[in-house]
Design a protein. Structure first.
Length: 318
């Protein structure tokens, strides 16, 4: 399996073309220590392991990982329409239309629900980590600091994430669970309704944490959004995590269910992206046909360095 470089997508991502089709993918370069070029039975990097276990049309799809020049490359679904952060920046302070807010929020919620169903906390939900596919559907991505909870662990303890999106329990250095992701998604919802403003803002991290701990933020612009949307925002930004709904509860919200129906969105977090699955099928076929390793030149295709079967019980890591 070969990937040819195409255009740059930032400091750690490039667009690549598979040599056997016209399908484009994104190649990520996470930090990784130097390794010898030996076959990888499963993804050695936490982000690759987490991505390999995801199979939802609302989560960035994992294809492959390989070593090149001592660096680990992760090949993921290409998101050609950028991030929610760039979309909000282009709004120049103007809120998105309510229908778009609902669409993007519901799709991000479905992606998060799929992640949480695997007993994984994303831990870095923010507008920069919500991508758009070619049809402008939201894809949850960048699971580089995700945390897998073991069957006997319901809470995590390591403080990670972007300060603007930290939940109160994280600010208090308390154990937290997947509901911290719901808080962060509430911050994203507020951003969409205000053209990119954060509900909690300050000049330094200490002042920001104090504001989050107070839980007071400016209301949404009057007359622009429905009371149902404001209610969902308040639910996500509930100070006490015990009273804050999880992703499953939010997907049962009557107003959200009604809005999803009007937008033609199926509330299935495990729904598969048919076009993406077809690419993966071609990848599997290509991998099966290239079991041998070719050391010489002349355009020979080497065996892939990683053929991934998601582990039945993923290990816990920070």
């Amino acid at each position: 399996m070969r990937y040819e470089r195409s255009m740059p997508l930032g400091s750690t991502r490039r667009r690549a073309n598979r040599n056997f089709s016209e399908n484009r993918v994104a190649r990520g370069l996470p930090p990784f220590r130097r390794l010898t070029e030996t076959p990888l039975r499963r993804p050695p990097h936490p982000q690759a392991r987490v991505l390999a276990g995801m199979d939802s049309k609302y989560v960035i799809k994992y294809y492959d990982c390989f070593l090149e020049d001592g660096k680990l490359n992760i090949v993921m679904q290409y998101a050609p329409n950028g991030t929610l952060h760039s979309r909000l920046h282009a709004q120049r302070g103007k809120a998105l239309p309510e229908d778009k807010v609902w669409q993007f929020f519901i799709q991000a919620l479905l992606g998060l629900r799929h992640v949480h169903s695997k007993k994984i906390i994303h831990r870095d939900v923010k507008s920069l980590n919500l991508f758009f596919d070619q049809d402008d559907n939201v894809l949850v991505g960048d699971l580089g600091i995700a945390k897998v909870l073991s069957p006997n662990t319901m809470f995590a303890r390591t403080i990670v994430g972007t300060p603007y999106y930290l939940s109160p329990e994280l600010c208090e250095d308390k154990p937290y669970n997947e509901k911290s992701d719901v808080w962060a998604l509430g911050v994203v919802l507020y951003e969409m309704c205000t053209g990119g403003k954060h509900p909690f803002d300050a000049q330094n991290e200490g002042a920001l944490i104090r504001k989050i701990m107070k839980g007071v933020y400016a209301p949404l612009p009057g007359g622009k959004f429905s009371s149902q949307l404001s209610d969902v925002l308040r639910a996500c930004l509930t100070m006490d995590h015990r009273a804050r709904p999880d992703t499953a509860a939010l997907l049962r919200n009557a107003a959200l269910v009604s809005r999803a129906r009007s937008l033609g969105l199926e509330l299935d977090p495990d729904a598969k992206n048919v076009s993406v699955r077809s690419i993966a099928a071609v990848s599997a076929h290509d991998a099966a046909a290239s079991k041998r390793v070719h050391g010489g030149e002349g355009g020979a295709v080497r065996a892939p360095l990683a053929e991934v079967v998601p582990p039945a019980a993923p290990p816990s890591w920070e």
